[in-house]
Design a binder for this molecule. Structure first.
Ligand SMILES: NC(=O)c1ccc[n+]([C@@H]2O[C@H](COP(=O)([O-])OP(=O)(O)OC[C@H]3O[C@@H](n4cnc5c(N)ncnc54)[C@H](O)[C@@H]3O)[C@@H](O)[C@H]2O)c1
Length: 253
C-alpha cells in the first residue's frame, strides 16, 4: 500500500511529468532475549539474573574470560548447540512479514540468528553473534563459523596465531554498533520494543533517540517500564503480541 509519496518533476523534451515514488514507512524494532524465549532460548530474568545457570560475571565479562577462558568457550559452544535446534517463533516470522508493507530495521540485543532465519533482511546485532568468533589479537578479525564446526576451544587460533574468542560484546566492553543503532532509531516512523527488560545500556537508552513524532509500541508479558503516555504497551508474549501489533500497524501503512 502507498504510504508516502514524493514527487519529482523531470523534464522530458518539452514535456514535464511527475514521477511518483512510493516509499514505505520505516519501522525500527529493538528486540531482547524475550523475543527468542518462545523458541526455547531462556532470558536472564526468567532465571533470576543467571544465563543458563551461569553467573553473568563468569561467562559474559572480560574478567570471566581472563579467569577461565575454557569455561567461557564451552558456555558459548553450548549456546550454539542449543541454537542449531531452535526455530524462529511466530513473533520472529511476523516481524519478517512486516517487510511486505514497511521498511523494517531490527536492532537486536540477541546473539542468536533467529531474526535472520525468519527472513528479516536488516538486522543489526548490538551485542555480537553466536555464529561468529574473533581474534584476541590486534585488529580483532572476525570469522564466521560453519554450522558443522560450531565450536571453539582453547588453542583454536586465528591465522596470525592469536586465540579465538566468541564474537560477543561482554558486559563492561564497548558496544561498537551503538552509533549505527542511534542513527537507525532516529529514522523511525514507528518504533517497537519487544522482549527486553530495558536494563542493559546503552541499548535501553535508544528509546531517547526515537523521533517525537513516532508512535512507540512495547511488547512484553511483564511490566518493564513505568506507564508513559507515548508508549502503547501490549502486555503479551512475542508471538501473541506481534499478532496484535500487525493489526494495529495497518493504520500506519
Ligand atoms: N537469545 C539470546 O540471544 C539471548 C538470551 C539470553 C541473554 N541474552 C543477552 O542478555 C542480555 C539481556 O538483556 P535483555 O533485555 O535482552 O533480556 P532480559 O533477560 O533482561 O529481559 C528479557 C525480557 O523478556 C521478557 N519476556 C519473557 N518472555 C517473553 C516472551 N515470551 N515474549 C516477549 N518477552 C518476553 C521479560 O519479561 C523481560 O522483560 C542481552 O544483552 C542479550 O545479549 C541473549
Amino acid at each position: 500500500m502507498l504510504t508516502e509519496i514524493s514527487r519529482k518533476r523531470t523534464e522530458t523534451g518539452t514535456k514535464t511529468k511527475d514521477i511518483v515514488t512510493m516509499s514505505k514507512k520505516k519501522i525500527v524494532v529493538l528486540t531482547g532475549a524475550g523475543m527468542s524465549a518462545e523458541s526455547g532460548l531462556s532470558t536472564f530474568r526468567a532465571t533470576g539474573g543467571l544465563w543458563e545457570q551461569h553467573r553473568i560475571e563468569d561467562v559474559a565479562t572480560p574478567e570471566g574470560w581472563h579467569k577461565n577462558p575454557g569455561l567461557v568457550l564451552e558456555f558459548y559452544n553450548q549456546r550454539r548447540k542449543q541454537l542449531i535446534t531452535a526455530l524462529p517463533n511466530a513473533g520472529h516470522l511476523a516481524l519478517a512479514a512486516l517487510e511486505k508493507d514497511f521498511e523494517v530495521e531490527i536492532i537486536t540485543q540477541n546473539v542468536d540468528d533467529l531474526h535472520e532465519r525468519a527472513g528479516s533482511s536488516k538486522v543489526l546485532h548490538l551485542h555480537g553473534e553466536l555464529t561468529k568468533v574473533r581474534s584476541t589479537g590486534p585488529g580483532a578479525e572476525v570469522f564466521e563459523l560453519s554450522p558443522d564446526q560450531y565450536t571453539t576451544h582453547l588453542g583454536d587460533k586465528c591465522p596470525k596465531g592469536y586465540q579465538l574468542r566468541p564474537h560477543i560484546v561482554w558486559f563492561g566492553e564497548a558496544v561498537p554498533e551503538i552509533d549505527n543503532a542511534i542513527h537507525i532509531t532516529g529514522q523511525a516512523d514507528v518504533f517497537v520494543v519487544i522482549g527486553t527488560s530495558l536494563n542493559v545500556y546503552p541499548a535501553a537508552g535508544l528509546l531517547h533517540y526515537v523521533p517525537r513524532t513516532a508512535p512507540v509500541f512495547l511488547i512484553d508479558p511483564n511490566e518493564v517500564i513505568a506507564p508513559q503516555p507515548h508508549i502503547a504497551v501490549i502486555k503479551k508474549g512475542a508471538s501473541e503480541g506481534m499478532k496484535e501489533l500487525t493489526e494495529l500497524l495497518k493504520a500506519y501503512r
